[in-house]
Unconditional design. Structure first.
Length: 223
């Protein structure tokens, strides 16, 4: 594998796809993974809330409605820490291209909307390696709502009902997601997101992402 001068100092590349639920992250992650594997690159994928130690704990706590804003933040931070130590960093050290479906930016957006101090949340993740590329799928709330209803349905926490914005699922989702989008808007320039119009077609979005990744693969140079 070509040697890269990465932002985090490890051998492999760390590439993140960010965005709210329903923005198409999983689809684009799979397409990018296949594209890289077709070029014989070693690829490791890690998704949000998939720690073998913590993910089931979070699901159980959600089902029993046990999460307040602080326990919500801390459990997700624990999930992230476990995946980082046992999956992400070992893969980067081995020279793999690591693709992440969301990174700590998701926690920053969600936790702040739930009332946490942003500096406190940043401190929870201050050990996290800086990604080499962060793609952000920018999607209007109206489109997100249609997608969510047509697929997974409105989840209690993902629609922000736990925050108490509204007793109506649809209104709560709209308020919660808009507040999350406001946080992402603040992060775009701060963290150098590559902003992509999420309403573009799947092939169009993949082409944009693939082009940005390919520039690094061809030159070994990061902007």
């Amino acid at each position: 594998m070509k040697k890269f001068k990465t932002k985090h100092g490890y051998e492999g590349l760390l590439i993140v796809i960010e965005g709210t639920d329903g923005s198409g992250k999983s689809t684009q992650l799979e397409l990018l993974k296949c594209s890289l594997q077709d070029q014989s690159y070693g690829v490791m994928v890690s998704e949000w809330k998939t720690s073998r130690l913590i993910a089931d704990v979070i699901d159980d706590a959600k089902e029993r409605n046990l999460l307040n804003a602080t326990t919500y933040s801390l459990l997700y931070a624990a999930d992230f820490a476990d995946r980082l130590e046992n999956q992400i960093i070992p893969a980067l050290k081995s020279g793999f291209i690591v693709l992440l479906d969301r990174y700590y930016y998701t926690a920053l957006a969600r936790d702040v909307v739930r009332g946490q101090n942003i500096e406190w949340v940043k401190n929870l993740y201050d050990y996290a390696p800086e990604p080499d590329l962060v793609f952000y799928l920018d999607m209007p709330v109206a489109v997100l709502l249609k997608r969510i209803i047509g697929t997974t349905g409105l989840d209690f926490y993902e629609s922000g009902r736990d925050v108490g914005f509204s007793t109506d699922f649809y209104k709560s989702f709209e308020i919660y997601q808009n507040k999350c989008l406001e946080q992402y808007e603040k992060m775009k320039k701060l963290y150098g997101f590559i902003n992509i119009d999420g309403t573009k077609t799947i092939p169009q979005i993949h082409k944009i992402m693939n082009k940005e990744v390919q520039k690094i693969l061809d030159t070994g140079i990061l902007n």
